[in-house]
Design a protein around this ligand. Structure first.
Ligand SMILES: NC(=O)c1ccc[n+]([C@@H]2O[C@H](COP(=O)([O-])OP(=O)(O)OC[C@H]3O[C@@H](n4cnc5c(N)ncnc54)[C@H](OP(=O)(O)O)[C@@H]3O)[C@@H](O)[C@H]2O)c1
Length: 310
């Protein structure tokens, strides 16, 4: 149940475009293909797509902007983006937030953004971020001016994310790889966000590979190498899924979709075929006995270690 009045209610899936436009250059055939894919995404019926100032070094936003212009009013999805640290100076304060937002607006070809996240502020102490002249001041200014509808905090480390959520400043939270069948550690964070009436986005339900591609040697979970112990745990989970004639990705997605804590699950896709795949996965029903059997496997050995909040 969403209490925040600042945002449209998101559809169950938000499409993540962190790889969009990677390795493309302006005017190339690859860019034209990427724009066509982005047009499909923008007209796919989902409420939001998720990008960031720094995804594919700005190319994700540039391609999305070109696609949005081509689709005009025909598009259904609004674009959520994020402000990022200056890649050259390492600065991430109020002024950088305003510049990052202006860069995003220029690439996307829009004046306003419905939701702007503070993206991965891991390098900042809480007092740097929340203090005078800090990044959060810039976000609040943008919200007060109406240039952004709502502001959010996006990242992956639980102690840091909890500190931002408990600041009471943000309308939305996005946490990745921490609310999956492998790692449940965002549960309390999302419960807190929900109590505060924030909109909750759960990103990377497939652990960015392990739970979509399966437990193959060399695969990663949350952008980190998956240990042999994690591969074994995932094989056991996959075996349970098969007993119910379900695939591992179907169950991984359902874990997030069926949770009352989550408003929208952010899934990364890089081709139009995935839109149909996701429709098919979303239709699968997971019986409660399957969750009980996965619980009986015990906690999965996640590779993520959270730094202390500074
Ligand atoms: N700090 C942050 O703000 C932050 C951090 C992480 C992620 N995010 C957001 O969350 C999004 C999702 O994260 P992610 O992409 O890293 O992880 P993810 O969604 O867990 O996994 C993406 C992978 O799943 C595959 N996939 C997608 N749909 C599938 C389907 N129906 N069947 C099988 N495989 C499928 C994709 O394949 P293809 O590539 O072949 O399509 C891709 O390899 C990002 O794009 C980004 O928007 C934000």
């Amino acid at each position: 149940m969403i209490n925040s009045s600042r945002l449209r209610i998101p559809s169950p899936l938000t499409l993540g475009l962190s790889t969009l436009g990677r390795d493309t250059t302006g005017g190339s055939a690859e860019e034209r293909d990427a724009i066509r894919f982005a047009e499909r995404v923008l007209t796919s019926g989902h409420t939001y797509v998720d990008t960031s100032n720094n995804y594919a070094a700005g190319r994700s936003e540039a391609v999305l902007g070109a696609a949005a212009i081509r689709r005009g009013a025909a598009r259904s999805a609004d674009i959520i983006t994020k402000v990022d640290v200056d890649p050259i100076t390492g600065r991430f304060d109020r002024d950088r937030v305003l510049r990052s937002f202006d860069e995003s607006r220029a690439r996307l070809g829009v004046d306003t953004i419905p939701l702007l996240h503070l993206h991965d502020p891991d390098m900042l102490t809480m007092s740097e971020a929340l203090g005078p002249g800090g990044a959060v001041e810039g976000l609040i200014e943008l919200r007060s001016s109406g240039a952004v509808g709502a502001i959010g905090i996006a990242g992956g480390h639980i102690p840091m994310m909890s500190a931002y959520v408990s600041s009471g400043v943000f309308d939305a939270v996005l946490c990745h790889n921490r609310f999956t069948i492998v790692d449940h550690s965002a549960t309390a964070l999302f419960e807190d966000a929900r109590r505060r009436g924030m909109v909750v986005f759960n990103a990377a339900p497939f652990g960015a590979g392990l739970l979509s591609g399966g437990p193959r040697p060399g695969t990663r979970y949350a952008y980190l190498p998956a240990s042999d112990a994690l591969l074994d745990w995932t094989r056991a989970a996959e075996h349970i899924c098969r007993e119910y004639e379900l695939s591992l990705p179907a169950v991984a997605l359902a874990f997030s979709l069926q949770s009352p804590l989550i408003d929208s699950t952010v899934v990364g896709i890089s081709s139009a075929n995935r839109l149909d795949d996701l429709d098919e996965l979303q239709r699968q029903t997971v019986p409660s006995e399957l969750w009980e059997q996965i619980d009986q496997l015990g906690p999965a050995p996640t590779p993520i270690v959270d730094p202390a909040v500074r």
